[in-house]
Each structure stands twice: as structure tokens, then as C-alpha cells.
Write a protein that binds this ligand. Structure first.
Ligand code: NAP
Length: 255
């Protein structure tokens, strides 16, 4: 029985877990940060909450005799991916990065690419007056100084505390999103600028297509650098990686 730990919190992690669940040769656990109130239903055992940095993750890998580590976290979740690299190196547990395919710019796209959320917040008021904000819940505070903008903020969970934005409304929703819905939302809310992170992947791409169709500018926060290591960008690729590895796990378990 090969023990696999998937670091998740993404659609791809769920899809991988769904594909691996029920395989008699694998013992799969999926790890979530524990931020979402009602996480998606998953077909494999789930553990939730931080490990306590790279050292904590290394300890988890050793204690649970994990044979393979698959980092299927979000492209902007840089801390956990760094911890996965360090813990994988330390314990010699083979690690795979399951990346999301980056979005490709279409000639008709009006993207303004920036390097950080803060940079997006600085320019949003110069680009539009009604912004559709689809960044993480923890990144909304950065937009507080943009007082001349009305924000339509999409969130997975209703915020527990009032958002620090002068003019805003919250729309609740989690991906995948259909083009027809995204187009309707942009039009209904009279959005004149979209703010998002270059997360990539199909589940949240429809808003970009809708923005293109409506010729709206998009302030796009670039991805942080990818951790070094073996990577694939499809669930199929991760399954192939598991099939191809035939190292003996016993040699790799000492810390
Ligand atoms: P992060 O900044 O890289 O991680 C912060 C801390 O959260 C990590 O140091 C780790 O705590 C804990 N953590 C993160 N992912 C974890 C996981 N899968 N299992 C156990 N602990 C985890 O990550 P983040 O940007 O806050 O994202 C948190 C989670 O949400 C990730 O699972 C990510 O895949 C998902 N997510 C993120 C975004 C985004 O835009 N950042 C979007 C959608 C989903 P310790 O140091 O204590 O181990």
C-alpha cells in the first residue's frame, strides 16, 4: 500500500483525490489549510490545518510514513509549496507539483499585469469605478485605500467581519463558473474593471472570456515563481507519475 499525501485546497486536488479514491493499492490523504467554512466534499480522508512550517510537514511525512507527496496547492499559495519542497528534500519523500495551466492572453484581452495585490490596489481607481474583485479573502484589505471605487467582491464564504472597503457589495460563489453567468454578472453589476490573480485553470477562466467579450480591462496579478521540482499540469500527469515511480519507500523515511 503506497501512502500519498495531497496538499490541496484546489479543484485539481479534489479531482486527483476523486481519481485515486477506491484504488486498493493506494492510501490517500488530502490536506487542507482549513480556511473554508464548508469545504468541498471529498472522497478520501481529509486532514485540516497547518503543519507548522516545513519542519512540521517533514515530521508529518515521517510519522505517517508518507511515500509520495503531491503539492496540488494554488499557484499563489507560496508558503506551503516552499514548505513542501523543504520537507520533501529533508525526508527524501518524492514530491510532485501539480500546477495549473497558466491563462494565455488573447489578442483582444485588455490585461494590465502587475506584480502584487498592492500594485493592483494602487491602480484600480485609475482604471475603473466599479470593480469586480476576485482575489482571496485575505487580500481584500489591500484595496481599502481605493475609496473612489465601488467593489463587487466575490467570496466563497460570507465575511465574518465587515470588509474594510468604503463602497462594496459581496456576491457569494465558488468555481467552476460558467461563461453565461460571468457575462450576466459583469453586465448586471455594470462592472468596468476586473481585478484578479493569474491563477490559471479552467474553473475560473470564464470571467476573462466575459471581460474580453465586453472589452473590459483586467488588472491581473502575476503568479509568484514556481518552486523547483518535478511538475505536471494535469491530473492525468500526476497519475502517470505515481505509476512510474518504483523506488522502495523504506529507504527514505529517516529524518
Ligand atoms: P500559503 O500562504 O502558502 O500558506 C499559509 C499557511 O497555511 C502555510 O504555511 C500552512 O501552514 C497552511 N497551509 C496552506 N495550505 C495548506 C494545506 N493544503 N494543508 C495544510 N496546511 C496548509 O497558502 P494560502 O495562499 O493561504 O492558501 C491556503 C489554502 O487555500 C491552500 O491550500 C491553497 O491551495 C488554497 N487556495 C489558495 C488560494 C490563493 O489565492 N492563495 C486560492 C484558492 C485556494 P503551516 O505553515 O502551519 O503548515
Amino acid at each position: 500500500m503506497t501512502r500519498i499525501l495531497i496538499l490541496g485546497g484546489t479543484t485539481q486536488a479534489r479531482q486527483l483525490a476523486e481519481r485515486l479514491a477506491g484504488r486498493a493499492d493506494l492510501d490517500v490523504t488530502l490536506s487542507l489549510a482549513g480556511r473554508t467554512l464548508a469545504p468541498m466534499r471529498l472522497p478520501v480522508p481529509v486532514r485540516s490545518g497547518g503543519f507548522g512550517g516545513a519542519a512540521g510537514l517533514a515530521q508529518y511525512l515521517a510519522e505517517h510514513e508518507i511515500d509520495r507527496l503531491i503539492d496540488a496547492t494554488h499557484p499563489f499559495a507560496a508558503d506551503i509549496s516552499r514548505a513542501a519542497r523543504l520537507a520533501g528534500d529533508q525526508t527524501q519523500v518524492p514530491r510532485l507539483l501539480l500546477l495549473r495551466q497558466a491563462w494565455r492572453r488573447h489578442p483582444l484581452d485588455r490585461w494590465i499585469e502587475v506584480d502584487s495585490i498592492e500594485a493592483a490596489a494602487q491602480i484600480v481607481g485609475r482604471v475603473g469605478r466599479r470593480a469586480f474583485l476576485t482575489v482571496g479573502a485575505g487580500e481584500i484589505d489591500a484595496f481599502a485605500p481605493a475609496t473612489g471605487v465601488r467593489f463587487i467582491v466575490r467570496m466563497i464564504d460570507r465575511p465574518r467581519n465587515p470588509l474594510p472597503l468604503r463602497f462594496h457589495e459581496v456576491v457569494l460563489g465558488g468555481g467552476p463558473f460558467a461563461l453565461v453567468e460571468e457575462r450576466q454578472l459583469l453586465q448586471m453589476k455594470a462592472i468596468d474593471v476586473l481585478v484578479c490573480k493569474a491563477s490559471g485553470g479552467a474553473a475560473t477562466e470564464a470571467k476573462l472570456v466575459a471581460a474580453r467579450e465586453l472589452s473590459l480591462p483586467v488588472i491581473m496579478v502575476r503568479r509568484p515563481p514556481v518552486e523547483r521540482g518535478l511538475s505536471v499540469d494535469t491530473v492525468e500527469g500526476a497519475i502517470d507519475w505515481l505509476a512510474g515511480l518504483d523506488e522502495r519507500p523504506e529507504a527514505r523515511r529517516t529524518l
